[in-house]
Write a protein that binds this ligand. Structure first.
Ligand SMILES: O=C(O)CCC(=O)C(=O)O
Ligand SMILES: [Fe+2]
Length: 355
């Protein structure tokens, strides 16, 4: 199995304030490098996202999910060609089992493309849908997406430096569209699958705000020994993890680590932001751009080659050459009603193509 690269027992906390002083920056970069290459999951503190932007979104979640069904269904994801909107508990399957969570997916606000000459995957672009009866939500979500977009860009500069690359190396991979999910795990009796074990497939990096008090547990990550390690809420931090495209571009040096959420008797809220990869990125660009750097890196770091090289990615395994098409296939497979309705020419092929 390709997974995390070491048997870590806890998730490192990286203090981004160390980047503000050239004398403390090296300590940050070396801690970040270990987190990236040996764990694949980290917390960041002092991330500079304004507290009011975080609080406003966290505070509105209970009211949002308590809206009547009709208000949520006004934004139903199944009506969106762009896979944006509300989906109810049990409609998403991870690892062959239904996830017990309801969620609303938003993205950077973009106009839909109507040019039939554009690739089909450009259908992923498009406007958000908003539930009715909660007009405060839109500015709060839009501010949050703007701030997280900036944080993501700042963070990628540090990641490049930690991996001994020019500071702006990773910018050229970024999409104009990032995605944000507001997630509600209802309380269950006993324990259940909030979301099953998975690697994040939809983005470059994930920045997750755990939006419940520290007493509420649920998120866990898998280490190499096969143990599930808790990722408790640490106030003032965001959890950061690697998405599959980043694993591909770094030739497996940075792993997209497997994680899951267990439901419990406490309801739980969370807010993952998925930094997007440009849809026209091809496999050869993804693999070729930094190939020499990462093969030297592996040798210099003394990493065991076969293990760190094994990359488990549907993007690489699949027959579709662009990130956009591989994303569209993933979305169609998880939201089949949308697939049938909006992508009838490829629906059957994507569903039957198990790779
Ligand atoms: O709810 C969480 O803490 C994690 C959610 C997650 O892993 C995902 O939606 O990809
Ligand atoms: Fe995830």
């Amino acid at each position: 199995m390709s997974g995390p690269t070491s048997s870590f027992q806890e998730i490192p906390v990286i203090d981004l304030a160390l980047a503000d002083d050239p004398t403390s920056l090296p300590a940050l970069l070396s801690a970040l490098r270990i987190a990236l290459t040996e764990v694949g999951f980290l917390y960041i503190s002092n991330h500079k996202v304004p507290q009011q932007v975080l609080d406003s979104l966290v505070d509105i979640l209970p009211r949002l999910f308590a809206l009547p069904d009709s208000a949520k269904k006004a934004a139903a994801l199944e009506n969106s060609k762009h896979f944006l909107g509300y989906s109810g508990a049990g409609t998403e399957i991870t690892n062959g089992q239904a996830d017990v969570r309801e969620q609303i997916e938003f993205a950077t606000e973009l106009a839909a493309i109507s040019d039939p000459n554009e690739p089909l995957y450009e259908g992923l672009r498009g406007p958000n849908q908003w539930p009715t009866g909660l007009s405060e939500l839109r500015p709060i979500v839009e501010d949050y997406i703007s701030e997280l977009t900036l944080l993501g860009e700042r963070f990628l500069i540090l990641v490049a430096q930690a991996l001994e690359l020019p500071s702006h190396t990773f910018e050229s991979f970024l999409s104009d569209q990032h995605r944000l999910k507001l997630v509600h795990y209802p309380a269950v009796t006993g324990s259940g699958q909030g979301v099953g074990p998975h690697k994040d497939s939809s983005g470059w990096w994930t920045f997750l705000l755990q939006a419940s008090p520290p007493s509420v547990k649920g998120l866990q990550v898998l280490n190499k020994a096969g143990d599930w390690i808790d990722v408790p809420v640490i106030p003032g931090t965001l959890v950061v993890n690697i998405g599959q495209a980043f694993e591909v571009v770094t030739h497996g040096i940075c792993k997209a680590t497997i994680h899951r959420v267990l439901s419990s008797g406490d309801e739980r809220f969370s807010i993952p932001f998925f930094q997007g990869v440009r849809r026209d990125l091809t496999k050869s660009q993804a693999l070729g751009t930094l190939e020499d750097h990462f093969s030297n890196f592996r040798r210099d770091a003394g990493l065991e080659s076969e293990e760190s090289k094994a990359i488990d990615s549907p993007f690489l395994r699949g027959k579709y050459d662009t990130w956009g098409e591989s994303q569209l296939r993933t979305k169609v497979r998880s939201h089949r009603i949308n697939g049938q309705k909006f992508y009838p020419t490829v629906y059957k092929q994507y569903i039957e193509d198990d790779m």
